[in-house]
Design a binder for this molecule. Structure first.
Ligand code: SF4
Length: 353
């Protein structure tokens, strides 16, 4: 079967569910990685690995959804809950611009006090002051803002875009299989809810990313079904700029599972690259894997090292703490045999190193 799969991949033909499952179970990981690397080279050339200079801004940690895998949130009313002030947010953006940053990734909890007017005001003020790309609000935040503000999704997204929202991160996808979602986060939206926000965003011309958080209670079948749902959505609307897989970080959370291995990450990255033939960019999650596994994954289908990160609060709340400045990221890319190229959030190339 592997030879057939190789032939299909090299001929640019799409793999089916059984082939995806076969790859996830195949013992020869280097062979699967080499095939994924071939696809990466075809799309992006031999040498280049991109990165972006961005900053995570977690504007609030107040959230009522209580996902079992999340160590970041504080329930409404908690003394440890916060909403950042505008001045705190502006200062973070100024610091980012000082190091040549181009993107802020703003995500937070589902805070019952924050309606659309809060976000319109915040994005408007950011755009008045700073030349920065606002990549913000995962689908569950957008659905909740629409719900709280009694808007339909399209109206909500149009208003946010008008205020300054440029693109949407694909967080909260976890695994797009409802039995898994029910177990991990019974109060969070369904797979359909996540896909509906993405579809609507793409239809009004916004670009988004897609993610996968695997290694919780999911099976290999669930992982493949997740990939197929993302691929089908991309066939329909074509709005996903990138795919970013990472594994569940169970420490400090209600999860009883053990963290999955780097080996499993490399396999999942490679199979994602092979299954998602209609998504161009695959981003490393060095925040969860560390720089060394991220480096190796550049030979398993990834073409992007993600963001130099000044700040990260979500994964570190779960006890995983990797930090990386620009110098270290460039060194890791070069030591892996590639040329680092700075990009913007749209994956347009800006300049070498
Ligand atoms: S993952 Fe997001 S939605 Fe779930 S509890 Fe954490 S902050 Fe809330």
């Amino acid at each position: 079967m592997l030879r057939n799969i190789e032939e299909k991949v090299l001929a640019g033909r799409r793999l089916d569910r059984d082939e995806g499952l076969f790859l996830l179970g195949h013992p020869n990981l280097p062979e699967i990685g080499a095939l994924a690397d071939t696809v990466r080279r075809k799309k992006h050339g031999d040498k280049q690995i991109t990165y972006v200079i961005g900053r995570n801004i977690n504007y609030t940690n107040v959230c009522w959804v209580r996902c079992k895998f999340c160590a970041f949130y504080r329930p409404p009313g908690s003394a440890e809950g916060y909403v950042l002030s505008h001045d705190q947010i502006f200062r973070k953006i100024e610091e980012l611009l000082e190091i040549g940053g181009t993107e802020i990734l703003m995500q937070g909890g589902l805070n019952p006090k924050l309606r659309i007017e809060y976000f319109e005001d915040l994005f408007g003020r950011i755009k008045e002051r700073f030349p920065i790309h606002v990549h913000a609000l995962s689908p569950s935040e957008i659905s909740y803002i629409a719900h709280l503000s009694r808007l339909d999704l399209e109206e909500c997204l149009e208003r946010l875009r008008h205020a300054g929202l440029d693109s949407i991160p694909g967080g909260g996808a976890e695994i797009l299989v409802d039995s898994v979602r029910q177990e991990l986060a019974p109060l969070k939206g369904t797979s359909k809810d996540w896909l509906d926000v993405m579809r609507t965003a793409h239809q009004i011309g916004m670009r988004t990313t897609a993610t996968m958080m695997y290694g919780s209670v999911d099976t290999m079948e669930d992982r493949i079904d997740h990939l197929l749902r993302v691929r089908d959505q991309q066939v329909e609307t074509g709005g996903f700029l990138a795919f970013i897989p990472w594994n569940c970080q169970p420490e400090g959370t209600e999860m009883k599972t053990v963290k999955t291995s780097g080996y499993d990450y490399l396999r999942t990255v490679a199979v994602s690259r092979l299954m998602l033939d209609n998504i161009d960019n695959f981003q490393a999650s060095w925040v969860t894997q560390g720089g060394k596994i991220a480096q190796v994954a550049l030979r398993f289908g990834l073409n992007d090292f993600g963001s130099v990160m000044m700040e990260e609060n979500v994964v570190s709340a779960a006890g995983t703490s990797f930090h990386m400045g620009m110098k270290e990221m460039l060194r890791l890319i070069r030591d892996a045999g590639f040329e680092p190229v700075k990009r913007n959030t749209k994956y347009e190339l800006l300049s070498a190193a």
